[in-house]
Ligand binder design. Structure first.
Ligand SMILES: Cc1ncc(COP(=O)(O)O)c(C=O)c1O
Length: 444
């Protein structure tokens, strides 16, 4: 267990390097609860304020530079301020930022995604991953006529009320004999908890038992092929295929949330694992760094939104498919050719191997998780396969590691996870591993 001294020492070192950010945080907290509009932007003692970002780097107002593996929650797969993306956005801006009519660039991005992602015959854009998953579940309910949906314990699918159940429940609220839905905050209506069924990841037998019992009320299962929220833990091949077969047999729509995992292959995790869902949700990389979300799937499902035939479900949205986002998305996605994915994934393998070797050499009990260009570090003696095994990690040590890595000029998610981008080479991988070695030696 990292003692609090280690964490305090790292925080002190951080505070010394971030005097201006401290003043700015105090000012911000007068007008914004906690000083910001984004839950994940805050960490103790206070976050640094950004001045600018370029390529692999973020620069803060205090003059510190970070080699960025956070890249806005995996979004900047082509790096910050990528020249082609900047050009696409600056070409579009003078022509108007958004209109209440369709544009060709929307069609081009839709075509690219339909051609690449095996499950998608039609796609619809919106402004966040949250809206994408919300609509996918709504569509599945309308299609099947079944009111409930199933999700995995520890799965994050955005910030809407209905998916904010059992995302990060504390151990004390988990039923040791089952998988109870745990509200994320007070005041969530009973309808929300009653309409969701919770399952354990990577445990096909338990999922089968749960889904068969709820067969007549559950219309869909939403899941990731790699569970991001617990450090990019992949579904085992027989588990993923089993979920595909089971949902098909039970008349449930299988939704893959590929908001993060689309970066694993041109066709996302579904292509990588060879398991094709009915519906796919998108976000992050497909908008090139501007607000975006989307969902797509089989024609007969997506037809519920077809205005030419009198849409069953209406989907308005002032900024849906705005040309700024579509242009940035197109400029990003067209840079992602098959060799680019291959290279990124090989670098991810290299990072994981080097981290594992370092932790072994230093005799630090740690797990290195992840797939392709997504990685996770856990101070956990146990193999991580689901949310409950993930919870066994040493949180205090992870906090100290996170702040320590920032003190070494490396940025990642506070959860000890991160992602690579096209500017990453073995040099940046080595910088990361060298910093990790220094920090674990300091905090052990
Ligand atoms: C797997 C997954 N689904 C959905 C979302 C929600 O996307 P957004 O933040 O754009 O609403 C996220 C965001 O991190 C995510 O990681």
């Amino acid at each position: 267990m990292a003692n609090n001294n280690a964490l305090n020492r790292e925080r002190e070192a951080y505070t010394k390097k971030h005097a201006k950010s401290k003043t700015m945080q105090a000012e911000a907290a007068k007008y914004l609860p906690g000083g910001s509009s984004r839950g994940t932007a805050y960490f103790d003692p206070y976050p640094f304020f950004v001045d600018h970002a370029e390529g692999h780097y973020v620069y803060d107002v205090d003059g510190n530079r970070y080699l960025d593996f956070m890249i806005n929650a995996t979004t900047y797969i082509v790096g910050h301020a990528n020249p082609k993306v900047v050009k696409a956005v600056t070409d579009q801006a003078p022509k108007g930022l958004s209109y209440s009519a369709p544009t060709d660039v929307q069609v081009r991005l839709a075509k690219l995604l339909v051609e690449r992602v095996p499950s998608v015959e039609k796609i619809r854009f919106t402004n966040s991953g949250t809206e994408g998953t919300m609509n996918a579940i709504r569509m599945a309910r309308a299609f099947t006529g079944k009111p409930k949906y199933a999700k995995f314990e520890g799965g994050y699918h955005g910030n809407s009320e209905e998916v904010s159940i059992s995302v990060s429940p504390p151990l004390s609220k988990l039923d040791p004999n089952g998988y109870n839905p745990v509200p994320e905050w007070p005041g969530q209506p009973p309808g929300v908890t009653n309409d969701v069924v919770i399952m354990p990841y990577n445990n096909l037998e338990a999922c089968e038992d749960i889904l068969r019992r709820h067969q007549h009320e559950v219309g869909c299962v939403i899941m990731e092929a790699v569970l991001s929220n617990i450090g990019y833990v992949p579904g085992k091949p027989e588990f993923l295929q089993g979920m595909r077969d089971l949902t098909k047999e039970l008349g449930m729509v299988l939704i893959f949330d590929e908001v993060q995992t689309l970066r694993l292959a041109p066709g996302g995790a579904q292509e990588m694992f060879g398991v094709i869902p009915d519906v796919t949700c998108f976000g992050k990389i497909i908008g090139g760094g501007l607000p975006v979300g989307a969902w797509g799937g089989r024609d007969d499902l997506m037809a519920l939104y077809d205005n030419q035939k009198g849409a069953t479900i209406s989907h308005p949205g002032t900024f849906n498919a705005n040309p700024m986002t579509m242009a940035a998305g197109e400029a990003t996605m067209t840079q992602l050719t098959p060799p680019v994915y291959k290279r990124l994934n090989a670098l991810g393998d290299s990072l994981r191997a080097k981290l594992r070797a370092t932790f072994d050499e230093l005799d630090v009990p740690a797990q290195v998780t992840g797939v392709g260009s997504l990685f996770g570090i856990h101070f956990n003696e146990h193999e991580i396969t689901d949310y409950r095994s993930y919870l066994k990690g040493d949180k205090a040590k992870l906090n100290a590691f996170y702040v320590g890595m920032m003190n070494e000029g490396i940025l990642m998610f506070a959860k000890g996870i991160g992602a690579l981008n096209i500017n990453t080479t073995e040099k940046e991988i080595d910088q990361f591993v060298t910093a990790a070695r220094k920090v674990v030696q300091r905090i052990r």
